[in-house]
Ligand binder design. Structure first.
Ligand SMILES: Cc1cc2nc3c(=O)[nH]c(=O)nc-3n(C[C@H](O)[C@H](O)[C@H](O)COP(=O)(O)OP(=O)(O)OC[C@H]3O[C@@H](n4cnc5c(N)ncnc54)[C@H](O)[C@@H]3O)c2cc1C
Length: 352
């Protein structure tokens, strides 16, 4: 049963939101695990957020904002309101010939936005090609890939602040971004992101620090790459290395790469030959995939919950695993890494 509040069946007016009781979430999470929401609201116009939050059926219930569900794991039904930002639109706010300020609504598909920017001849998002999800979710964990994070191009975030009961515009500094972190991740119940503003360039220097990208460009016989070439190289790498959620349920990397002190990294490296170590702003970053693979988990399967045989960091649903089963496997992996390396892995997706 679905309600379209405020608008009759024959009304010519646009639908600003839909509101559904007892809604299935299986097709709304890329792990494809079964779960239901007591209520689901799909928002097409951010202006109706205050109205939806005060609907009598849901005003006292917990709230979960959901994009495409590519970074969540439902371990049970959600006994509250799941609010999906489905507002659309990409517009140019300013253009001085060299840089462009672009505004994207939260419900825009992230990769669609990357492709749009490339079609305008803009640089800045190419390394973040093919990351699943919505533009509105991108600031939550400051999405990053192949040496680039969202925070390098993000100008500001438009959000509904539930604490203030008002729409606000947060600058990049106010978003408090770091590796897979932001103010939005720290305060998940406070913010509903309605849009992002990005600062993109026509002639910026491409980020080719990541050896894999340079090697892929060489395989493509590209000597002087454009942003479009880098995007193509990234897409080829991702298609080869990561399981496709359309084929097998997953949420990408299940654990964050742990950051440890320089001393601890040196100790670990002398005890475990081959452990890859990378520089991080606040210490040394280790490869979570390497730690997990060393514990023998790559390709492991128990029932329908498993670890990808393509990438040890990706947990997969082979068909009918529940979120609880996947979470139980994740905890076993975490415990075994802790026992062997004395490092506590932190999950990257939101566990619900
Ligand atoms: C195959 C695969 C590869 C991936 N690769 C990468 C990668 O390279 N780098 C990377 O960083 N991530 C990666 N991810 C993770 C994921 O794609 C990103 O985190 C993405 O930004 C999630 O978008 P989403 O719309 O699916 O968000 P969801 O999964 O729906 O939500 C994620 C979190 O954001 C919150 N949220 C969502 N929308 C809003 C909003 N409008 N306002 C407030 N909160 C909101 C949710 O409450 C939840 O806490 C990958 C995932 C998959 C499946």
């Amino acid at each position: 049963m679905e309600f379209l509040p405020g608008f009759g069946m024959l009304s010519p007016m646009p639908v600003h939101y839909t509101f559904t009781p007892d809604a299935p979430l299986t097709r709304r999470n890329t792990f494809r695990v079964p779960a239901r929401a007591a209520w689901l609201a799909e928002i097409h116009d951010a202006a109706v957020i205050p109205e939806v939050l005060t609907l009598p059926q849901v005003k006292n219930l917990p709230l979960l904002v959901l994009g495409e569900g590519s970074n969540v794991l439902f371990t049970r039904d959600f006994d509250g309101l799941v609010l999906v930002m489905a507002n659309r639109g990409i517009e140019t706010l300013a253009d001085d010939g060299e840089t462009m300020l672009v505004r994207a609504a939260a419900g825009e598909d992230w990769h669609g936005l990357v492709r749009w920017s490339l079609a305008q001849g803009l640089c800045g998002l190419e390394n973040l090609s093919l990351i699943p999800g919505t533009a509105g979710a991108a600031p939550i964990q400051n999405i990053g890939a192949y040496g680039v994070e969202l925070s390098t191009t993000l100008e500001s975030v438009a959000a509904f602040d539930r604490q203030a009961g008002a729409q606000v515009q947060l600058t990049r500094t106010q978003c408090d971004f770091s590796y897979r972190q932001s103010i939005f991740k720290q305060q998940p119940d406070r913010w509903i992101i309605t849009g992002v503003d990005l600062h993109l360039h026509r002639n910026a220097r491409l980020k080719l620090d990541y050896a894999g990208v340079r090697e892929e460009l060489a395989v493509m016989h590209v000597a002087n790459p454009t942003a479009l070439d880098v995007s193509e190289a990234v897409c080829r790498l991702r298609r080869r290395k990561l399981p496709d959620p359309a084929v097998i349920g997953n949420a990408g990397s299940f654990f964050k790469n742990p950051v440890v002190s320089t001393d601890q990294a040196a100790r670990l490296q002398s005890a475990h030959a081959g452990l890859p170590i990378f520089n991080a702003p606040d210490g040394k970053k280790l490869s979570a995939a390497w730690l997990i693979e060393s514990c023998g988990w790559k390709g492991f399967r128990e029932g329908d919950a498993g670890v990808s045989d393509k990438h040890a960091l990706v947990l997969v649903n082979h068909g009918h695993a529940t979120g609880a089963q996947i979470w139980a496997l994740a905890q076993r992996i975490r415990d075994s890494v802790q026992e062997r390396f004395d490092i506590r892995l932190e999950p990257e997706p939101r566990i619900l």
